[in-house]
Ligand binder design. Sequence first.
Ligand code: GDP
Ligand code: MG
Length: 439
Amino acid sequence: LTSGLESAWSKLKGEEVLTKENIAEPMRDIRRALLEADVSLPVVRRFVQSVSDQAVGVGVIRGVKPDQQLVKIVNDELVKLMGGEVSELTFAKSGPTVILLAGLQGVGKTTVCAKLANYLKKQGKSSMLVAGDVYRPAAIDQLVILGEQVKVPVYTAGTDTKPSEIARQGLAEAKKKNIDVVIMDTAGRLQIDKGMMDELKEVKRVLNPTEVLLVVDAMTGQEAAALVTTFNVEIGITGAILTKLDGDSRGGAALSVKEVSGKPIKLVGRGERMEDLEPFYPDRMAGRILGMGDVLSFVEKAQEVMKQEDAEDLQKKIMSAKFDFNDFLKQTRAVARMGSMTRVLGMIPGMGKVTPAQIREAEKSLKIMEAMIEVMTPEEREKPELLAESSTRRKRVAQESGKTEQQVSQLVAQLFQMRVRMKNLMGVMEGGSIPALNN
Ligand code: GDP
Ligand code: MG
């Protein structure tokens, strides 16, 4: 009955550890993936070095290959590097929250202004947009039109007023109107230049903003690191917004932002519509940058099935011969689930010899075992000896589960056999005894 389960279990009993040698090649693939995603080279170098150092010595999850395990570690590191969790916008404790947007020309600043107002409206916050790009009349018109579209007021003062003066007036106006959030649009240039930086510094001084968000086009690629560094050093940013994620880019710029500035990406733009702005989810971004989603979901599933703590806990129990019906159930279920996964994914390494027929058999016997274990008392589950010692108990279990007494005896015997075999599998050779069933 259990031969399928046991061979599956023994194959899943991973004992591999990541070493310098077995990560060398997969690490090269990961390095290539990051470069293809346009993460800048120095960032890739530092990242690869730090992950390699961390990975060596890490145990490989049962049923997972070392390179797959490595992908998971890299992914988790990427997520951590990008802040781990969603970074919320900060709001001022009193008075209007001021958000200053900065960035190169054409990255999507003006669009973000309106999108952000729309986004905040859904959270019940009122906003006002301030038109600070005075170099092109069209830029002001664009903001006015977008403001109308999302039904949010836009403060304009024409093209003859200095941006810092417009900022001062706009802020005063917002205070008068009790607006929650002031969003300041600014001019961008094709390249970073001193004029733009000086102007931004001046605007920032006047506004004393709660957030200074650098708007970065996801297509920026390798230059993102230098760009973010300059803006952060010159102006001081509190975070970034990554736009045009609806494009082809794998978005390596996202990694560079956090790595070089220590500041999180707070929002992402995924299209030209006003609704296309959402929080930045580091885990989704990591998956996109790495581009190895299938491996990841596989490792995550395997991990879920074979929770390390569970395995360690189980091992302790086996060593102390306390492996009971609860563990038996947990274990057989885990292996059965792993089995159905194999069928779905057809990809558990080293599982080649477990046939679909064996898996079906295992699943069928699991159902029968579950039925019997379900009607056992908690005491009986924890002390299988009780059932071994009393045929009255076995009869009761048989009756209540609709199985035969022989099936119950078989199950009890199996548990003790499994205790012994698993002890051996775990490398504890002292063995154990299989009690004869008393009447
Ligand atoms: P600015 O110069 O930084 O103010 O950039 P704009 O807001 O004027 O945007 C430049 C162009 O990019 C416009 O055509 C926008 O519609 C477009 N755009 C902005 N954000 C996105 C986005 O998330 N996805 C796509 N596909 N296009 C965007
Ligand atoms: Mg603009």
